[in-house]
Design a protein around this ligand. Structure first.
Ligand code: ARG
Length: 462
């Protein structure tokens, strides 16, 4: 047999052009699916034995051959060949080289179309489980920091302007909530990944009496696909994974941005561990928050990968088209990027140090308690719009006279409204303003304590 003969070469009179071979091969990147491809083939062989297509000895030789291939790949001795196109044909061709005739029976009642869809689903199921664990670890790091800085106060921002004081723990727990939704989205997505296409064959099914449930059981799939045309054409599960990952990236990119701001001398809110910063090749004093910047920067790829796949899919007629091979690079890139982002965020959060005195003094500035004054007047029965107006005038007065709220005498307060009484003094004290918050989910210490207790028990933080 011609050494370079293709597994599909029967009807061809000419060999594939070299440039066409290079252009179409996917083995450079789909070799990452080797583990899933082998597991899928072993399960398929067992099923073929069960229905009598393979005898016991053939099935055993196929299984042993596939296990040897796995070892060759893991030890680095396997030769990945571009002329064998992809991981599926590299493994199948090597199997037949190793064990001869039984290897040629393996591709019975199977096509690369259902095979590749199965491999990717197995791969993604595993990656999703690992990513969920990594998100959990990051949430845990946030919760631990929130506990550590339970009493610290910081300015909260809108429009990047000081708005109202909050507890640092409140801000940190906001990220825990975002990550919780990310985790739920991955878990949801996993239920749709966990469906086995194998047995759809090229797309129309097979006359061979295969037992799909049996194979699904071996591979740990929760169910088998219900429509073979859909099963080989569908890449929604990848689009969904890329979309969920893009949203996660968006959340952590906001964290990246905050860390970049907060480490600047203008803010000086936090310092990051040296291990997650880099220096400058020219300016010896520099400590740059590169990991935080790259979390922000790499989120761009996550968006790009989603758009690549959606664009790839939008014009494809059913069923399989070779274009679908282009699903893998965006997918692998997103998996690597998300894992990298989660890992460095956890590393930074584990050892971030908050500059609590700086945070306090920044929270205690200017007119950050203006809303408290308006709320105080509301409690005296004045409509909120008037309260807002009155407080605005007080701010203008203070600005003009270079005074803080705390500098005002009761007589001065009363010139703005007869409703002010000596109780106003407490209103403009930072800690008291935080303690006075009552609403569910607010920055009140009792609310933060409640949230912390909940997350500590979920995260098993001691
Ligand atoms: N490497 C191919 C892919 O990733 C495998 C399926 C090939 N199927 C085919 N009919 N050419 O999509």
């Amino acid at each position: 047999m011609n050494k370079n003969k293709k597994l599909w070469g029967g009807r061809f009179a000419e060999t594939t052009a070299h440039d066409a071979e290079l252009f179409s091969a996917s083995i450079q990147y789909d070799q990452r699916l080797y583990e899933q491809d082998i597991a899928g083939s072993i399960a398929h062989a067992k099923m073929l034995q069960k229905i009598g297509i393979l005898n016991v000895e053939e099935c055993e030789r196929i299984t042993a051959g596939l296990m040897q291939i796995r070892e060759e790949i893991e030890s680095g001795s396997f030769e990945f060949r571009t002329d064998r196109e992809d991981i599926h044909m590299n493994i199948e061709a090597r199997l037949t080289e190793l064990i001869g005739a039984p290897g040629e029976k393996l591709h019975t009642a199977r096509s690369r179309n259902d095979q590749v869809a199965t491999d990717v689903r197995l791969y993604l199921r595993k990656q999703t489980d690992e990513i969920i664990k990594m998100i959990f670890a990051l949430q845990r790091a946030f919760v631990k920091k929130a506990c550590e800085y339970k009493n610290a106060v910081m300015p909260g921002f809108t429009h990047l302007q000081h708005a109202q004081p909050v507890l640092v723990a409140h801000h940190l727990l906001a990220y825990v909530n975002m990550l919780e939704r990310d985790k739920q989205r991955y878990a949801e997505c996993r239920t749709r990944i966990d469906v086995m296409p194998l047995g759809s064959c090229a797309f129309a099914g097979t006359p061979i009496p295969i037992d799909r449930e049996y194979t699904a059981n071996i591979l740990g799939f929760s169910s088998v696909s219900q429509n073979s045309i859909d099963a080989v054409s569908d890449r929604d599960f990848i689009a969904e994974f890329l979309s969920v990952s893009a949203i996660l990236g968006m959340h952590l990119s906001r964290l990246g941005e905050e860390l970049v701001l907060w480490t600047s001398p203008e803010f000086a809110f936090v310092s990051l561990p040296d291990a997650y910063c880099t220096g400058s090749s020219i300016m010896p004093q520099k400590k740059n928050p590169d990991m935080a910047e790259l979390v922000r920067g790499k989120t761009g790829r996550l968006y790009g990968n989603l758009i690549s796949l959606l664009t790839l899919m939008k014009g494809l007629p059913l069923t399989y088209n070779r274009d679908l091979q282009e699903d893998k690079e965006p997918l692998f890139d997103t998996v690597d990027t998300v894992r990298g982002i989660l890992s460095v965020c956890t590393g930074m959060l584990d050892r971030i140090v908050f500059n609590t005195s700086r945070l306090y003094s920044m929270a205690d500035t200017a007119f950050i308690l203006a809303t408290e004054i308006a709320d105080y007047l509301v409690m005296k029965g004045i409509p909120f719009r008037s309260c807002h107006e009155i407080t605005g005038k007080i701010v203008a007065y203070c600005e003009k006279n270079k005074k803080t709220f705390q500098d005002l005498s009761l007589d001065e307060w009363k010139t703005f409204s007869p409703h002010f009484d000596s109780g106003i003094e407490d209103i403009v004290i930072l800690e008291k303003s935080i303690q006075r918050k009552k609403s569910a989910g607010s920055t009140a210490p009792s609310e933060i304590e409640r949230q912390l207790t909940y997350w500590e028990s979920v995260m098993e933080v001691e």
